[in-house]
Design a protein around this ligand. Sequence first.
Ligand code: PEP
Ligand code: MG
Length: 435
Amino acid sequence: DDLPQDALLIARNMGPAELLDYDQSRLRAVVLEEGSATAHVTIVAKALRIPMLGRVERILERAEPGDPVIVDADTGFVFIRPGEDVEETFATSMAARNSMQAEFAALRSEPAITRDGVEISLNVNANLIFDMAHLGDAGADGVGLFRTEIPFLVQGDVPPVEQQAKLYSEVLARAHGRPVTFRTLDIGGDKAMPAFAQAASAEGNDIGAEENPAMGWRSLRIGLDRPALLRNQLRALLQATAGGDLKVMFPMVSEVAEFKAARKILDIEVARMTERGSQVPGRIDVGAMIEVPILAWQIDPLLKVADFVSIGSNDLLQFLFASDRGSPRIADRYDPLSPAGLNFLGQLVEQCDATQTPISLCGEMAGRPLDAMALVGLGFRTLSMAPSSIGPVKTMIRSLSAGDLKRYLDSLQDVAEHSLREKLREFAIDHGVMI
Ligand code: PEP
Ligand code: MG
């Protein structure tokens, strides 16, 4: 509570709710001994535009309270008690960075279109009302993923229908007509909500006691077991979008049957509202997140009942590679640009294209220019990312020929290396793609 101005926070690790407890206006950076790029605390820090660096060994031992510290979260360096030369170098690179930001800002109203005329829809991931301000700044098409659990994590509880509806209406008002895809609550895993966990534990569902919370009682599983929770949220979303369009998606769907059960709860709510003469949305699109690998083997039946799909690559890849997304020790164990990973994603695009079902990807990889380039090469036409990534990704797209890249990727079909990252980087350099 009593953070000094321009504070640097150093800790072994922390959860997203803990980070939100600090006065963000005073916090200039966070350095963790543990942590990883796709951990939720990192995602929240990014949303708050607080530079965060994880996996910095022994930082707690090395830094003393009051030490001046430079944190370069772009390159992953921490300078404790930097000399004047380091400070100067840093000031110069900050100036260069700011001018790059100005270039990205100039692209704001330019379309994300490749050199060979392929249009890509770039959307932002938003977690808090606060993020909505970045939608216009970034020049994005809409919100591809609104993580509804994050505002409630901040509050410490899931509020009743009216309060939820107010939040969603506010989000929509700030979107100024651009589409917003709301994701239903994804609590549990590393997004434990103390009040909810206590209530659950009183009923004998000890969330915190699970050995593998990421694969435990979380997300849609909770929603289906506690239908009142899901129903209230859907009711609030319907109220907030009455007369307009509602785009909603369910996280961590494992089976088509689960998706159908969730959708049925929504249908019942719509029928109930209609019966009562309340206004309902003019159009409702219901999507499934593909994060649990087995769902990828149920695409045909899924696409018969889902209006769109969105790939949550953070979770999907952690499960495909059996590699915890929050564990620093194994963070480099696999690369999202592995041939197998890309193959998997490419097949999903093909299957969705065959039935003209919209498919997007909203995991962290969509926001990294080189990874986003690979995704465009695989056929993705809609991506959703942190607002600060829109500029760099748009710059990459505008310098890319999607056709050339597709041919190149096709030629790599039989490569069985750990990662195609270096090959793709060379492609980008050879073809003047700005990554
Ligand atoms: C994902 O898993 O990729 C995703 C977008 O959801 P979250 O990061 O909130 O788990
Ligand atoms: Mg996820």
